[in-house]
Design a binder for this molecule. Sequence first.
Ligand code: SF4
Ligand code: SF4
Length: 336
Amino acid sequence: MANVSLKNVGWDHFTRDLSDDQAQAAFKRSVSLVAFAISSYCNRQCTYCPNSIADRKSTQNLMSDDLFFNILRQLSRIDYEGEINITRYNEPLADKEYALSRLRDIRVFLPKARICIFTNGDYMDRAYLDDLARVGVTSIMATVHAGPGGQTDIESLIKEQDRRLKELDLPFAFEGSVAEKFRLATTTHPKGLHLTVAAHDFYRGAEKGNVWAFDRGGALDIPKKFRRTHPCMVQFSELNVEWDGSIMPCCQIQNEVFDHDKYVMGKLDGDSNIFQAWMNASFIAWRIKMFSFEQKDAPCTTCSYGMMMTGVDELAASVKNFRQVLFQATGAKQSA
Ligand code: SF4
Ligand code: SF4
């Protein structure tokens, strides 16, 4: 989750037809997380993942060079120093040569960025980890999704976690336990890469009616009593891009599980201006919708992503004032 500072929220976030320079300035000021998929393939189909519905196992699609380098060139132009998340419902390390080549290029284009990988860790042995550290990866979150025999109970997950930690042969610190239904193992590689190997019971919390796993924009049948009223600031601070250039509103929405590209905000290619795409009419509409303390409609109704906010009172006051002025200025109906 990107850091969101209210002082970065401005009128430009809600304004159409900005010049290229204005769009670029707004992006540079406010985006601290760019997440993209370098490929589509995942070797797993976890029940708490949209990949259990959409097939991402039978084919491997790669992000095109044109699109990949277009994104890097433009981020380089603004000397981007935020986070690059290599993620999005795939297994980014499945093809070692390809992944290392992409990561190497990211580091060359964006020397100040933090490169973070989200992986299931299935392909990552010690030699691969050493290579990832060597090409300049900043951090890895590796989640264990099944025990040695495919089991998903926490004891089996921790058993598999222990097996992997032994193979990685690094000193790990631990947080959590079987009783807490999760255990995180963290370490720092000699080259400075920060590694977390996580074991989670994704279905913990069922007894309270709120399973820990996200329901991914309501796409998954995961019990959630929770109803969101909090704003979502993701569209102010993040850019999320699928392997084929589809721009998504956030990390929670996997486009293939919703019909007709329902929540796709635009499509990037090798020539697109990524800053203008991030300021397009769909983003503006989404920001207006999410910048409120009203109950949220689908796909956000049960989403608790980004709820660990500080300064909620300050945020509430600011949102109220901002919306009042916004609706007066635009003549739209005031409803918050
Ligand atoms: S949760 Fe991760 S490992 Fe499991 S199917 Fe989804 S992307 Fe693949
Ligand atoms: S609240 Fe909506 S826009 Fe925000 S992360 Fe959740 S699903 Fe995405």
